[in-house]
Design a binder for this molecule. Sequence first.
Ligand code: SF4
Ligand code: SF4
Length: 319
Amino acid sequence: MSMLEELKTKIKDELPNLDWVIGWKQGFDPLQATPHFMRTEQDVDQLIYNPLCAQNLATFLPGMKDKKVGILVKGCDSRTIVELLQENLITRENLVIFGLPCSGAVDVSKVRKEIDSPGRITEVTFDGGHIRISTKQGSSSLALADVLLPKCRTNPYAMPVIADHVFGQEEKAGPCGQGESPALEALEAMSLEQRFDYWQYHMDRCIRCYACRNACPMCVCRDHCIADTRDPHWLSQETDVQQKWMFQLIHVMHLAGRCTECGECERACPMDIPILSLRQKLNREIKDLFDYEAGVDPEAVPPLLTFKVEEANINERGW
Ligand code: SF4
Ligand code: SF4
């Protein structure tokens, strides 16, 4: 029995005890996977699992806190569940976690840029580290390694760090944790002036759509978001770079030590702004200061959710 068939069988076993099981199904064409909310065995039959299943489904969990939910997770997604548990934003007893191996998640926007004549996509297949995209005009084959999401390189957890049922094997897992983010490395190599110009350029392109905020599983202020509130009125709705930069920095600071680098913010950005690198930079600082990595240990307390009079690695006043 294939891994997908095993998974479907287990989901069908658990279905009677759950309100929903969240997985993926094909979207509007074979290159598109979309979140899939399953309630019936017929729903389960539509389930897919392949490198197009990039969405971090844990994003839906805080809004379903009182429901009994089954959820499919890759290694990187599972860290979000751990972080949500640490912050008491979800209830472990209400969750059944189906853990899956991952051979890398495809960045569909990179694929669309690479294929010559997209037309109507008729079939997508995966074989020997390649993705083959067929259209009525012909087909293109791309190396998976060239079209993966940036998070695939940096997230070291190929298998879920928390799961009730695990499918597949770690040795089949893909490129996780192979190195640092090229975008972050490029930023680190810049002078302060160059970084300022870099972000000035990118923030000028931001259309202030807030897709990055809405896609983030750890961004849970909802109706109280600083970007929308009128009382107090922290941010104007003007579209100048300062306001947009201010929003981004507030988002980043709110995610410091909480961001699990799932990359959904950057994947959702319609302007391809490399905002994940900002979160990664803050996470590296948190790691250096507090030796803490978000979403790994359900029993750990995130450092910025607690307080110590003295921190071993902070010598703020030289005392
Ligand atoms: S800030 Fe981005 S990478 Fe971090 S948890 Fe939110 S969506 Fe994921
Ligand atoms: S998703 Fe991109 S364009 Fe939209 S607000 Fe965020 S950074 Fe700006």
